[in-house]
Design a protein around this ligand. Structure first.
Ligand code: FPP
Length: 233
């Protein structure tokens, strides 16, 4: 069984999970956090080296104010409790996104945990927060212009300005809840990812569901533009 080096996940369906149980939407987020914990642990057990989770997109600020502040509080609580435990498990944590719009308190927590875990090397956990793929590309372009406006750009140079740098691109993207869209998650980095869409809602996506996604990944033939015959050689 080939274990992908980098898995990226769009954790969707928390609201629907709650609605099905006649619970408030935020109950779905609370349950979703439990799955985050389980999936992070399982990725570490499986030897996956990089895990990128879409926690909060730039468009998510448009949600009701109460839901946004609930999500921010949940994240803050996770950083102060669970993420410190992850440090003991040798997990490096990085946040990807526009850090200028976060509250002063969360930004402080983000910087502290990033610094504390910066030398860890078991699992690299990236949390996409106030992130979108188009934002990532535009911030890369702006930094390139600021650094070296006249230098010709290659794909290799461009990718060094993306927020995910220097991580390798994900081989496997998972999206839960039956939607088959990328919804402005990482874009450039998905160029050759295998995309796995499952109808399971995120709060139901347990470690067995991750195993199934990896089995599916193993059934794919990754050709990178070549023919099957060329690959067999
Ligand atoms: C999508 O479900 C989920 C989110 C927008 C938030 C994801 C966040 C968490 C699971 C918790 C925080 C994360 C970490 C890393 C600790 P939805 O609300 O869009 O569901 P719906 O489409 O059914 O309404």
């Amino acid at each position: 069984m080939v274990i992908p080096k980098h898995v990226a996940i769009i954790m969707d369906g928390n609201g629907r999970w709650a609605k099905k149980r006649l619970l408030p939407r935020v109950a779905g987020h609370v349950r979703g956090v439990k799955r985050v914990k389980e999936i992070v642990e399982h990725c570490s057990e499986l030897g996956i080296r990089y895990l990128t989770l879409f926690a909060f997109g730039r468009e998510n600020w448009r949600r009701p104010k109460e839901e946004v502040s609930f999500l921010m509080n949940l994240l803050s609580e996770q950083i102060s409790k669970e993420f410190y435990k992850l440090h003991e498990k040798n997990v490096r944590i990085r946040f990807m996104g526009d850090k200028t719009r976060l509250s002063h308190a969360i930004l402080g927590q983000v910087k502290d945990i990033e610094q504390l875990t910066s030398n860890n090397n078991k699992l690299n956990l990236n949390i996409a927060l106030d992130y979108s793929g188009t934002y990532d590309i535009v911030q890369a372009v702006n930094r390139i212009i600021a650094n070296s406006p006249t230098q010709p750009i290659t794909e290799e140079i461009f990718s060094q300005y993306l927020l995910s740098y220097p991580d390798p691109d994900p081989e496997l993207l998972i999206r839960t809840s039956g939607e088959s869209r990328v919804s402005n998650f990482i874009l450039w980095q998905l160029a050759y990812s295998e995309c796995y869409f499952t109808s399971k809602l995120w709060p139901d996506f347990d470690k067995r569901a991750l195993d199934s996604a990896i089995e599916w990944f193993n059934s794919r033939e990754r050709r990178f533009g070549m023919t099957s015959e060329q690959l067999k050689k």
